[in-house]
Every structure is written in C-alpha cells, then in structure tokens.
Write a protein that binds this ligand. Structure first.
Ligand SMILES: [Zn+2]
Length: 148
C-alpha cells in the first residue's frame, strides 16, 4: 500500500540518486493529496517555511506505475532547485520558463522516463482515471445528458 511514508522514502531515494548535489536547505515534506486529472503534483512553501511537495492522491493506486510517481517527484525537485518554493534564490522568472524543467530532468538522466511518462499520459491515464474516479465521470455524463 502506497502511503505518505512510502512516498517520503521514494523522495529520499530520488534525491540521493539523481540530485546528490542538491542541498536540502529546509524541511521538505511530501504527501498524497487531491484527485486530479490534469495535475500530477505541485510544490508550495508553507507558513512555517517548510516546503511541501504534493503528489496526486490517485497515484496511491497500484494501477499507476511507480515511475509516474518518480517523475512527478523529480519534476517538483527541479522547481525546488530553481528556487521556487524553496530557500534557494529564484533562478528564472517563471517555473517553466523556456522548458527549463524538462531540460534539467534530461540532464539528470530522466530523458527515458519522461518519454515513458508522455506515453502513459496519452495512452493509459485517461482510462485509469475513469476507473479510479467513476463519480467524476458520471457527473460529466449527467451534464452531457441534460442537453438531450
Ligand atoms: Zn512544474
């Protein structure tokens, strides 16, 4: 079962393996939250100055491959290293200026995983999302039906 402890372990493994040069300048917490179709994760600075990384709560399901959790964590860690919601000086005007996140991920050896992620988003995620959130699907259907 994937829970927040499991997630914290994934974060520390990815940090050690792929971001060994990145100093952990403050307390970074990671947790599952939300049920989103179009957002995989986000990063936020908390009032107490901790950094919170949130991973889509739907990724607790074993139907979602682990590498999707990994690439989401890595994506948010790049934002952290660029000074977004972290104690580092902000390196770019916007978090995604000119593809900086993907460039950094490729540099750190995530190129192959990113290809798999793109493929997953296109070919598998819509179906898995429907399985995990039938209620959300139903709501949309009902709206559609009201037109008939
Ligand atoms: Zn991002």
């Amino acid at each position: 079962m994937r829970d927040d402890d499991w997630l914290a372990e994934r974060l520390s493994q990815i940090w050690q393996l792929l971001f060994p040069d990145l100093e952990r300048k403050n307390n970074v917490v990671v947790r599952f939250k939300g049920r989103w179709k179009n957002k995989f994760g986000h990063i936020k600075r908390m009032k107490n100055k901790d950094t919170e990384i949130v991973i889509n709560g739907l990724f607790k399901s074993e139907k979602v491959p682990e590498y999707i959790v990994d690439t989401t964590i890595a994506h948010e860690l790049v934002h952290y290293s660029h000074g977004f919601h972290s104690p580092f000086p902000q390196k770019y005007k916007y978090p995604h200026s000119g593809g900086v996140v993907n460039r950094e991920l490729r540099k750190r050896g995530f190129g192959h995983m990113m290809g798999r992620e793109r493929d997953f988003v296109k070919r598998q995620w819509p179906r898995i999302f429907k399985e995990l959130c039938p209620d959300k699907l139903q709501r949309r259907r009902r709206v559609k039906f009201s037109f008939f």
